[in-house]
Write a protein that binds this ligand. Structure first.
Ligand SMILES: Nc1nc2c(c(=O)[nH]1)N[C@H]1C(S)=C(S)[C@@H](COP(=O)(O)O)O[C@H]1N2
Ligand SMILES: [Mo]
Length: 319
């Protein structure tokens, strides 16, 4: 029998970042890549291959002025080609493994530089503001993209709830840390929990979406259930999944990818075809499901709405 080693997988199936992570993990001596095929099964237990589970519907009217006209990727693309390192490095692993995540009950702690810190349950969060469907372009730093009908409301609704003080300059978001529910956290070289952050004006921009669903349903686990962020003009890694805490801060917070590789992943991470990643070009992208590459657009096509946030900034330096 021929067992597919990482080396045998066709180059195009593995992204440069995934390769890099595998190599790091291998060097660290602890991991899935190092231990071979059996290790994935050991780490994640039995994966769920049947699709029998019932999904909770979540309907919302489409917000046309915030939606692109491009054809959305299929539900299958959106829910089986994922990055969620808490469940493995491969694109198909989150869909296989994320069933161990328990999304009820779920609370989000909102704290820091706010007048009214509080913890909000997911059921209340779902009713905090009218839900909207927004069809956004989504561009990963690995130079692939999708179009997704997300559901949620502007993140600024959170600020209305807790009233940030005048000292609040940034917002940091934190993913769940739980090595039982998220077995990938037992392994490889990212610092857990996954952290992301935005400048206050970025967080308050109406396009910044507190996302609770997609395609008329609550978020599937592999897409960051039960609540995540979507910032459509930034690389996908800013769009943090399975959020348990939101902190308003005075100082610029650290973020997982900036810690992991400060020369490769900046704090801003605005989609910019003119600033290449040190190891690959950002000038073009592959839309999942298409063969011909597309040119990448400044701010992922959202320049009219967001370029003004960065006026006067050197975008080569603040990448
Ligand atoms: N907690 C957490 N959030 C995360 C990630 C992750 O590994 N862990 N991956 C990021 C990256 S690199 C991308 S491209 C998007 C992928 O979102 P999707 O799988 O819903 O398309 O999630 C982002 N949010
Ligand atoms: Mo990404």
């Amino acid at each position: 029998m021929l067992i597919k080693k990482p080396d045998d997988v066709v180059g195009s199936e593995i992204t440069p970042r995934e390769q890099f992570m595998n190599r790091r993990s291998f060097l660290a001596g602890t991991t899935v890549a190092g231990l071979g095929v059996g290790a994935g099964a050991y780490l994640f237990g039995r994966s769920r291959s049947s699709q029998a589970e019932s999904v909770q519907k979540l309907s919302a009217p489409r917000r046309a002025d915030f939606s692109v006209d491009e054809k959305p990727n299929s539900y299958k693309d959106v829910t089986t080609y994922n990055n969620f390192y808490e469940f493995g490095l491969g694109k198909d692993q989150p869909a296989e493994n994320a069933h161990t995540l328990k999304t009820r009950p779920w609370t989000v702690k909102i704290e820091g530089e706010v007048a009214k810190s509080r913890t909000i349950g997911i059921e209340e969060l779902l009713k905090l503001a009218p839900l909207e469907e927004r069809v956004y372009r989504f561009r990963c730093v690995e130079a692939w993209s999708m179009v997704v009908p997300w559901i949620g409301f502007s993140f600024s609704e959170i600020a209305k709830l807790v009233q940030p003080t005048s000292r609040a300059k940034y917002v940091q978001l934190v993913t769940l840390k739980d090595t039982v529910q998220m077995p990938g956290q037992k392994s490889w070289a990212l610092d857990w929990p996954y952290l992301e952050a935005l400048r206050m004006d970025e967080a308050m921009h109406p396009l910044t979406l507190l996302c609770l669903g997609l395609y008329g349903e609550v978020l599937p686990n592999q897409n960051g259930a039960p609540v995540r962020l979507i910032i459509p003009w930034k690389y996908g890694f800013k769009s943090i999944k399975s959020v348990v805490a939101i902190r308003f801060t005075e100082e610029m917070p650290t973020t997982t990818w900036a810690k992991q590789g400060p020369s490769e992943y900046g704090f801003y991470a605005n989609v910019n075809p003119e600033v290449d990643h040190p190891r690959w070009s950002q000038a073009s992208e592959r839309r999942i499901g298409e063969l011909r590459r597309r040119k990448t657009l400044p701010f992922n096509g959202y320049a009219d709405q967001v370029a003004k946030l960065y006026q006067g900034m050197d975008l080569q330096r603040f990448f």
